[in-house]
Design a protein around this ligand. Structure first.
Ligand SMILES: CC(C)(COP(=O)(O)OP(=O)(O)OC[C@H]1O[C@@H](n2cnc3c(N)ncnc32)[C@H](O)[C@@H]1OP(=O)(O)O)[C@@H](O)C(=O)NCCC(=O)NCCS
Length: 240
């Protein structure tokens, strides 16, 4: 099967709105931009920068998608709607990724050389998301709509918000440290009781130490006195 047909077929399979593979080939701007990028990249790799840039700009006018000819794009990228997508020169995209309109794979302006992100396989980048910098986005990651991602994203992770924060990993919700746990709240009354019990135990052991040392002292000062005091405390059998 031709590569171009395989790519169109994979898009048709992933888009519930697609009616046929031929519709994707002739009427999907994302698909057109991808085909033109393959050509532009071919010229770029061979040093024909002017022609490469010309093709890229032509694709931009036709589709509203701007992909630098130097960007490396894997198999079967699906750019849904497409308008406003910008993909920078040193960006790399893995296989079977989906990118919606308004996405930027850009640089922060602080890096030199590799300035744009590296996207893994099967990554979803939602509408309006911005991924800025030369970091990696792991396989199967999902970037939420309008998120601004400035740091590396682990595989199988969902990132949302500005700046992007991980909210799910491998289907499990990630609990943020600042969130209040409404269920496992500590009980202040039982905590006070615990403290009091510990204090009573401490006082008891201290008291028994004092009692021991007092009786030792009495013994050493006057053994007779101690015996007498014991006798006086014991009940007399005769009297009964
Ligand atoms: C991120 C997204 C792909 C969902 O991924 P998911 O792994 O299934 O995550 P969930 O839907 O379970 O959401 C997880 C949490 O993130 C929140 N969240 C999801 N998307 C968000 C977004 N774009 N911005 C802020 N928070 C978001 C959810 O409210 C949820 O929060 P909660 O756990 O406090 O309830 C999806 O929300 C999204 O942004 N889709 C947009 C797709 C798009 O661009 N469509 C355009 C078609 S034209």
């Amino acid at each position: 099967m031709f590569k171009w047909y395989e790519e169109a077929k994979s898009i048709a399979e992933r888009d519930p709105a697609a009616r046929s593979v031929w519709q994707v080939i002739f009427q999907y701007p994302g698909y057109k931009a991808l085909r033109m990028h393959r050509l532009a990249h071919w010229f770029q790799k061979r040093g024909f920068y002017f022609i490469a840039r010309g093709i890229s700009q032509h694709a931009r006018h036709k589709t509203g998608i701007e992909i630098h000819p130097g960007a490396k794009i894997g198999k079967c990228l699906f750019m849904d709607h497409g308008m406003g997508i910008v993909i920078g020169e040193t960006a790399e995209i893995g296989d079977y990724c989906t990118i919606y309109h308004g996405v930027t794979l850009g640089g922060t302006g602080k890096d030199k050389g590799k300035r744009h992100p590296t996207i893994g396989n099967n990554v979803l980048i939602s509408a309006g998301a911005k991924i800025l910098g030369p970091m990696k986005i792991g396989d199967n990651a999902k970037i939420g709509a309008n998120a601004v991602v400035l740091a590396e994203v682990e595989s199988d992770t969902t990132v949302v918000g500005v700046p992007g924060r991980a909210v799910k990993r491998a289907g499990e919700r990630i609990r943020q440290s600042f969130e209040l746990d409404q269920i496992h709240v500590p009980d202040p009354v039982s905590q006070e009781f615990c403290k009091m019990r510990i204090e009573i135990e401490r006082l008891r052991s201290e008291l028994s130490e004092y009692e021991k040392s007092l009786s030792n002292l009495k013994n050493s000062l006057s053994p007779d006195l101690e015996a007498k005091s014991k006798e006086s405390t014991e009940p007399k059998q005769d009297e009964e």
